[in-house]
Write a new protein. Structure first.
Length: 153
């Protein structure tokens, strides 16, 4: 049986570095939440942040930028649900996250989140704006998900 507990952003970032499958370290964050088993062993964390898209910055949207677990059953859906409830209770107008298009989104669906389709994910390195692809970042199409309450942009 998993239970939620508070978590510092620093501890959540460290856990993500160790357990997240495909993304490098996360920059910043507004709050973090963790889940643990009956023995007090940390099983997963989620980090809520300001939206990465600047156009949403003034729209009271929170983005879940990382969710990392050790594979414990129902840990991801517990964390996504907790982040959505916290955002709603704090007065945010909506909550969003993105996952790789190759990921099924089972945990998000179980937490009641709604898929709004494909978005972004291309390389930032284009002729008009040369960039180096960061090590560990996958240039794959993403799928955007929204919490079951609030606005969907």
């Amino acid at each position: 049986m998993l239970t939620l507990r508070p978590c510092t952003i620093t501890d959540a970032k460290a856990y993500c570095l160790e357990h997240h499958r495909h993304l490098p370290r996360v920059q910043g964050g507004l709050w973090a939440v963790a889940c643990e088993d009956g023995n007090g062993t940390l099983r997963g964390v989620a980090i809520a942040s300001r939206p990465l898209a600047r156009v949403w910055a003034d729209k009271r949207i929170v983005e879940i930028t990382r969710c990392a677990t050790d594979g414990s059953r129902n840990a991801c859906s517990l964390l996504y649900g907790a982040c959505a409830r916290a955002a709603r209770d704090l007065g945010y107008a909506g909550a969003t996250t993105t996952i790789l298009a190759s990921e099924p989104g089972t945990s998000l669906r179980a937490a009641g989140w709604v898929c709004s389709g494909r978005c972004g994910g291309a390389q930032w390195n284009v002729p008009s704006r040369g960039r180096q692809l960061r090590l560990g970042v996958m240039a794959e199409s993403k799928t955007r998900w929204w919490a079951p309450w609030g606005v969907r942009l």
